[in-house]
Design a protein around this ligand. Structure first.
Ligand code: UDP
Length: 368
């Protein structure tokens, strides 16, 4: 059998593009394929007819504490200084998510808010982040009331909409992504580096892929005819790679319903969560990210649903013991020249910076 002296990367998303670039810079030839008709995977964005940069697969905000990741990304794009905030509408009141000390004053009468603030500060360190499942363990009557309020108003319905399960049935790391924050910091992320690529994520990925050793082939799904490469880096789902021989790995998907409105702004913030009303989880308004000027605005209402093959996209691995066991069963079948990475390849809920870091680490590992 002829083994091509080339690397194959499956998937032109962030993980695939980064590993392709690193290999290319080392002098390796790379073919990168994607079944989609565009590069950039789920971070794909485009400018619409109103000049608004739309994140087709939902809002993406780059944030990291890693110098290594930030330095890598900065080689391919400049970023603005956007710091993400999320507003939630709770009982008709706009307030901040994560639930923090300022939220107390938005949703409760001042005297109650002050009492709760004092109790919180006597129990928790300032700036500590407490996962809701931990926060529920309170002895004090006031804090018990607060914990029940936050659970019910912020987490219960949102999580049920997002995962089809109540918070304690979902992997604890998922709800812990949005803690109760004993702070007055209204930002969604506290990372040192945050921003949106000034020319969009698609352009950033295009720049990553722009190397003489990289060949990009779109509208191309992996099949056995591509198995003769020196090495294969797969950022797709492992069950698909192995033809679903042990069954499907479950994912959540998302359906975005886009609307264009004839007004400058639809809502007060890029993302507004609806943790206790409606069937959608949140509304994205894209012009906020790059401060796009238009007398129209484009929004997307986000509806969560199960992933179904050939019907929608994979977005979120559903991490639980059964699914991890299935992943491990597939993992045992991985040949020596095949490597999996990325949110789908590793079946891990990576943020963008973790996806980049994983690709860099894998590259360093195979070059040891
Ligand atoms: N979450 C919630 N209410 C909110 C925001 C988040 O219950 O208003 C929970 C929910 O379970 C969600 C998880 O926290 O899936 C993580 O939220 P995050 O915003 O990090 O999700 P992503 O932006 O990655 O979809």
């Amino acid at each position: 059998m002829m083994i091509e002296d080339k690397n194959l990367v499956i998937g032109c998303g962030l993980s695939g593009s980064v590993i392709a670039r690193l290999l290319a810079e080392k002098g390796e030839k790379v073919l990168i394929i994607d079944k989609k008709s565009h590069i950039a995977g789920n971070i794909y964005d485009y400018k619409d007819e109103n000049g608004i940069c739309i994140h087709k697969y939902g809002s993406h905000i780059f944030h990291t504490n890693s110098e290594k990741v930030w330095d890598f990304i900065k080689r391919f794009t400049d970023l603005n200084t956007y710091m993400h905030k999320v507003i939630a509408v709770i009982d008709g009141i706009e307030t901040t998510i994560p639930f923090n000390i300022n939220t107390l004053y938005d949703v409760f009468p001042e005297s109650l808010a002050r009492r709760l603030e004092q109790k919180l500060l006597s129990k928790f360190d300032y700036n500590s982040k407490v996962p809701i499942l931990e926060f529920q363990k309170q002895d004090d009557e006031d804090l018990k009331f607060l914990a029940q309020y936050v659970y019910e108003k912020v987490f219960l319905h949102y999580t049920t909409k997002q995962w089809g399960k109540i918070p304690k049935e979902v992997d604890g790391a998922v709800t812990a992504r949005v803690p109760v924050y004993i702070s007055q910091d209204n930002r969604y992320f506290q990372d040192k580096y945050q921003g949106i690529p000034l020319n969009g994520y698609t352009k950033m990925v295009e720049n990553i892929l722009n190397h003489p050793n990289i060949e990009v082939k779109l509208n191309t799904a992996y099949d056995k005819s591509y198995s003769k490469f020196k090495r294969i880096f797969c950022t797709g789902s492992i069950d698909e790679f192995f033809d679903y021989k042990y069954g499907q790995l479950p994912y959540r998907s998302v359906n975005f319903k886009f609307e264009t409105h004839n007004c400058e702004f639809y809502q007060s913030n890029a993302v507004v969560n609806y943790p206790c009303n409606y069937d959608f989880t949140r509304i994205h308004e894209y012009k906020y990210y790059l401060n796009d000027k238009s007398d129209k605005t484009v929004i997307a209402k986000e509806y969560s649903e199960f992933f179904e093959k050939d019907k929608n996209e994979r977005y979120y691995p559903i991490v639980n013991n059964d699914n991890l066991a299935l992943y491990e069963k597939y993992k045992k079948e991985i040949p020596d020249n095949v490597f999996f990475l990325g949110r789908l390849g590793d079946y891990k809920y990576y943020d963008m910076d973790k996806a980049v870091e994983r690709a860099i680490d894998l590259f360093e590992e195979i070059n040891k």
